[in-house]
Design a protein around this ligand. Structure first.
Ligand code: NAI
Length: 248
């Protein structure tokens, strides 16, 4: 596939990270103007520098003014907003619920759940002005089933699917589609950090997938691109598993 996002403008949050950086490249190959947004401006700039039509923006998705400024920058630079891949997220816990740190819980919900809510809010407001668009949120297999020792992360990702379905219903008649991707474990910095926090996971991480391997970031990025594109024109409110069969 190529050219399926030609002339469209797409925001990608978490663009400096594993899944986001690969997505920025794939969306650009598909013809999109790509707004690379991340907490790390340097990281976003490094990704944007390699793309033909891109803008790097620093954003904290947990902060409403920051997210509003990201959307405004996209519209100012490229004239409109057509697509968004709300992908920024954190995973910093490895404890059962009775030992879980309350500050970690709050921060995880702030970034992963409030962050997606704020992105939806400001992106949809912009898309309504130009007649529609398509949004994909990154959830997780931890948003579909329970995830031992990750209570905040699992709660945040279940919430992302709830937000996705709700916005899909609210805006279906107004030309905005909203879907989610639910990756299994993906070979990124997040995976490495999770294994470092709980080394016992390392042996089990590939084997928990029926395909007996983890995902490459491209495999998630391709799904997000497809859902954003017109190839998925009658799909909204879905939470697409990209998990090597975990949820089968
Ligand atoms: P990553 O750690 O490589 O990238 C995450 C990016 O998000 C980083 O560049 C980071 O700077 C950015 N970020 C963090 N907090 C932010 C904030 N407040 N505002 C803006 N940007 C922020 O991780 P990865 O694996 O690429 O994760 C992307 C998404 O995929 C996340 O939502 C994660 O929860 C999800 N996911 C990852 C899985 C994995 O095994 N790696 C599995 C399932 C879901």
């Amino acid at each position: 596939m190529s050219g399926e996002l030609r002339g469209r403008t797409a925001i990608i949050t978490g663009a400096a990270g594993g899944i986001g950086a690969v997505s920025a490249r794939l969306f650009a190959e598909a013809g999109a103007n790509v707004v690379c947004a991340d907490l790390s401006l340097e990281g976003a700039q490094a990704v944007a520098a390699g793309l033909p039509s891109a803008l790097a923006v620093r954003v904290d998705v947990a902060d409403s003014a920051s997210v509003a400024a990201m959307v405004a920058a996209a519209v100012e630079r490229f004239g409109r907003l057509d697509c968004a891949f709300n992908n920024a997220g954190i995973e910093v816990e490895a404890r059962p619920t009775h030992e879980a740190d309350e500050d970690v819980f709050d921060r995880t919900i702030a970034v992963n759940l409030r962050g997606v809510f704020l992105c939806l809010k400001h992106e949809i407001a912009a898309m309504l002005k130009t007649g529609g668009g398509s949004i994909v949120n990154t959830a997780s297999i931890a948003g579909v089933g329970g995830a031992p020792n990750m209570p905040a992360y699992a709660a945040s990702k279940h919430g992302v699917i709830g937000l996705t379905r709700t916005a899909a219903l609210e805006y279906a008649r107004l030309g905005i589609r909203v879907n989610a991707v639910c990756p299994g474990v993906v070979r990124t910095a997040m995976m490495k950090a999770a294994i470092a926090a709980a080394p016992a996971r390392a042996d089990r991480v590939a084997g928990m997938h029926p395909m007996n391997r983890v995902a490459e970031p491209e495999e998630v990025a391709r799904a997000a691109l497809w859902l954003c594109s017109d190839a998925a024109s009658f799909i909204t409110g879905d939470a697409l598993r990209v998990d090597g069969g975990v949820g089968a």
